[in-house]
Design a protein around this ligand. Sequence first.
Ligand code: G3P
Ligand code: CA
Length: 262
Amino acid sequence: PAVSAGQRFAKNAAIIAHRGASGYAPEHTLAAFRSAIEAGADYIEIDLQLTKDGQIVAMHDNTVNRTTNAKGKVGAMTLDAIKQLDAGSWFNQHHPMYAREEYARQQVPSLSDIFTAFGRETHYILEIKDTSYNPGIEERLLETINQYRLEDYVIIQSFEAKSLKKIHMMNDRIELLQLMWYNTPARISSLSLNKIKKYATGISPNFPKINAAYVHKVQKSGLRIYPYTVNYQLNMDRALSWGVDGIYTDYPDRFREVLRQN
Ligand code: G3P
Ligand code: CA
C-alpha cells in the first residue's frame, strides 16, 4: 500500500527536549538536560540570556523570579550571584509527583557549563531571547560555540529575524530556525518563505495553530518544520501524520515511544 508522508518521515523526526526534559525536572538545569539525553532526545533546546557581566546563562524569562528562589533581572545580576540561587525547589513545589530532593541543589547553568557537561554527547537548539534585554548576545554565542568546537552540533533559533540574519552574516555554516507565533490559524505566503530561506533552514511554529497544509507548504519551499510544544501523544501522532521534521516536547520519552510505534 502507498505510504503517507507522515509514515515516510516518522522514523526520522527529531526529538527536541524543550528546556531539557522539563516535564520531569526543573527546566534549564543540568538535571533536566541529563534526563533528556537519557530519554533519547536528539536535541536539547535551551533559552539564553546575558548576565550583568556578559555571560550567557540558560533561562527562559528575563528575571529569575519564576525558576529560582530569588527575584531580579538576569541582566542586573552577575553570573556568580546567579549561581548561588536554588533553581530546583520551585519545580518540587509545582510538580510534587516528580519532585526530588536533589533538585534543590540545581543551579542556573551558563552555556559554558552545559557545553562542558555534555560536549558532543548531544545536539543543541540554542534560542536567542529578546535582544532588547540581551544586546550583543549573537557575538558572545558564536564565540562560545567556537570555543567548544561545537559548530556542527548546534542550531540557533529566534523569533527575531534581525538577530538570525546577523548570525548568518557572521557565520553562514550554522543552521538557523525562524520561530513563529500565531494567534489565529497559521498561514504563510510564498514570499515570506522565500525571505526566511535566505538565512534559515527551517521554521518552528506553535503547534495548535498549524495544519497539514501549512506543514506541506513549508516543506515544499525547501524549509524544515518543527512545531512546539507538543506534550500529548495524540498530538504527536497528528504532527507525525503531517510529516513534520521533529517536535519540541517537555516529555521526550513520550515522543520516543510514539516514534517507536509508528
Ligand atoms: O523553542 C520553541 C519554543 O521554546 C519557543 O517558546 O517561550 O518556550 O521559548 P518558548
Ligand atoms: Ca525556547
